[in-house]
Design a protein around this ligand. Structure first.
Ligand code: ADP
Ligand code: 5GP
Length: 187
């Protein structure tokens, strides 16, 4: 596969990855958001092909069998998420850098491929309490889904040390300025 640089934002759900990804996309013309495939249902306001490629489990698993994924994970029980090779190629063919917003295991796997020039940034909230408050006030997930995400967050924090940078997203503006510096040095 034709390749180039890759920027990965990873974090426990609710830490602010999506918010920071939007900031980076507005700040740097060189970046394009890598739209992932997922079997999770679309949330209100999400668009197919823009936020995710929404597909059912059969379609997803067919893509797995066809080796169509650059990486994929069952992020939550029976909920699959993956980066399609075709998405990466599409972005690289435009001479842009894909910005991936993916879970820590997927990010860790890409880091271990070794043959790509990656910048990986782990985003964390200042505490699990803060994470919970953010997920509740975001208002997009059921209580059950929030509990799943919080349970997972503890183990995800153990992965932080594997990435190039760890940013605490406490004061948003500060996190944005740090990210801007790190990304600008990389691209
Ligand atoms: P993720 O993509 O990691 O799940 P989001 O970007 O959706 O997280 O952020 C979760 C919620 O927290 C959103 O409602 C967002 O507006 C809010 N948020 C993000 N960063 C901050 C911050 N630094 N301070 C307060 N709230 C924040
Ligand atoms: P959400 O359901 O909140 O959109 O995403 C849940 C988790 O799945 C987040 O941590 C998000 O970064 C991750 N995720 C989204 N797309 C991908 C992907 O393509 N691959 C992997 N491994 N994780 C993903």
């Amino acid at each position: 596969m034709e390749s180039g640089k890759i920027i990965i934002l990873t974090a426990p759900s609710g830490s602010g990855k999506t918010t920071l990804a939007r900031f980076l996309l507005q700040t740097f013309d060189q970046l394009l958001f890598s739209v992932s495939a997922t079997t999770r249902p679309a949330r209100a306001g999400e668009t197919n092909g823009k936020d995710y490629y929404f597909m059912d489990k059969d379609q997803f698993l067919t893509n797995v069998s066809n080796h169509a994924f650059f990486e994929y994970q069952e992020v939550y029980t029976d909920l699959y998420y993956g980066t399609l090779k075709s998405e990466m190629s599409r972005i690289w063919s435009l001479s842009k850098i894909p910005l991936l917003d993916i879970d820590v295991k997927g990010a860790y796997n890409i880091e271990s491929y070794n043959n790509y020039e990656t910048l990986s940034i782990f985003v964390k909230a200042s505490s699990i309490e803060v994470l919970k408050n953010r997920l509740v006030s975001r208002g997009t997930d059921s209580i059950e889904s929030i509990e799943k995400r919080l349970q997972k967050a503890n183990s995800e924090l153990d992965y932080a040390r594997h990435f190039d940078y760890v940013i605490t997203n406490d004061k948003l503006e500060l996190a944005q300025q740090l990210l801007k510096q790190i990304v600008s040095d990389f691209i």
